[in-house]
Design a protein around this ligand. Sequence first.
Ligand code: HEC
Length: 151
Amino acid sequence: MKRTSTVVWAAAGGACLALSVAFAAVSAGNPVEERQAAMKAVGQSMKEGAGINSAATFDAAKAKTIMESVAANAKKLHGLYPAGSDKDAKSEADPKIWENKADFDKRLTELGTLATTASKATTAEAYSPAYKAVGGTCKSCHDIYRTKKKS
Ligand code: HEC
């Protein structure tokens, strides 16, 4: 099994060299689509998370499910920014990501850590600032590392 996945990774690495050509050819399972889908899911979770952000609407079980999903997506996102994938016409990823990959990854880790904290909230008082902290990571990262859609 291990051998197979090594071969797959080697093939993926080779495909990266062909950049946009490879990305255009691969419609399923490409990292740009996967990371956009993961980000979309995070956006959806944040919307759901806003819905329980008051003393009247707070639900600890929902907070757990929603924020665990954000944390899982943050973890998944780490592997979805291979070098050169900003060249995809559909991607809004800024080339600065690969100049400051350590900072970018640190921000993804922070998103995951803060979401995990929010997932453990058992009261609205604990959830509210935790939810806000998760939300604070979105714009600060987008401001630096997300560009307008290239066409
Ligand atoms: C570590 C940096 C980082 C953090 C933190 C981050 N994002 Fe993103 N986000 C990006 C980048 C980069 C893109 C563009 C990806 C691409 O198009 O290749 C993006 C794209 C998106 C998109 C568009 C997806 C699409 O359909 O193309 C949404 C929605 C989104 N982010 C929501 C969020 C929300 C909500 C949060 C906070 C809970 C968040 N993001 C946190 C970097 C980040």
